[in-house]
Design a protein around this ligand. Structure first.
Ligand SMILES: [Zn+2]
Length: 229
């Protein structure tokens, strides 16, 4: 076999292995950006929740401007409410102008249903939930490739989440855990992602949850959660 021929074979081999490998890894990847900001993707469709927000708003997490640059074209943006640590009118306007995509929230909550037609194996349920100083706050249950992902947002009460069965991942602020405990409310999830931690809470979050198998405190911006399906 001459060198040229064998190198072609090698390339074919690499391409085959790479593609085959990719087809085998069916997973939803969730990247923690900051606050309640998550980037969720199955490799085909790209969803952002509560991002872009205003970096550093209300003394919550800042993010690197590279996060804005790396937003994918034609993404779906879903917001729980419009407080500045969850939503930036200026940034989302800019992103959609530059990269297309659609944004959803209290202002067009009915339109969310249409995503079920455009995204394969995807459905979303919106729950009107209470939040101080916000008249329009929604929590969401995304079912994607049969995995149930709950996004609590800023709501103070565990009442809504307690009505949902068999979640795979529940993304909640720590105060939902406190509310559930105080009021004897059960949460039916395999995994907890504790988000919206302030910097000062990170040491105690590590202490409380880092060793618990089904709790993942979202401490490190950029950390990734994978859900195989
Ligand atoms: Zn808020």
């Amino acid at each position: 076999m001459n060198l040229k021929y064998s190198s072609i074979l090698l390339i074919l081999h690499i391409v085959f292995v790479a593609n085959f490998g990719f087809a085998q890894t069916n997973e939803i990847k969730i990247k923690f950006i900051g606050n309640c900001g998550l980037y969720i993707s199955d490799g085909t469709t790209n969803v952002y929740t509560d991002f872009p927000y205003k970096s550093g708003a209300h003394n919550y997490m800042e993010f690197d401007s590279a996060e804005l640059d790396s937003i994918k074209e034609n993404s779906i943006f879903i917001f729980t409410h419009k407080h500045a640590d969850h939503y930036s009118a200026k940034e989302i306007k800019k992103v959609i102008k530059e990269k297309n995509g659609r944004k959803y929230g209290s202002w067009n909550i009915e339109e969310l249903k249409s995503l079920e037609e455009s995204i394969p194996n995807f459905s979303i349920q919106a729950f009107k939930t209470s939040h101080k100083f916000s008249l329009n706050h929604y929590s969401y249950l995304i079912t994607w490739h049969d995995k149930k992902i709950f996004l609590s947002g800023d709501t103070e009460s565990a009442e809504t989440i307690s009505t949902i069965e068999n979640m795979d991942w529940a993304f909640i602020p720590y105060w939902i855990l406190i509310d559930a405990k105080e009021n004897d409310i059960e949460i039916d999830t395999k995994m907890y992602g504790i988000y919206h931690l302030a910097t000062v809470q990170i040491p105690s979050a590590k202490e409380n949850w880092d060793d618990l198998e089904n709790y993942q405190p979202l401490i490190k911006q950029g950390q990734i959660i994978k859900i195989a399906y």
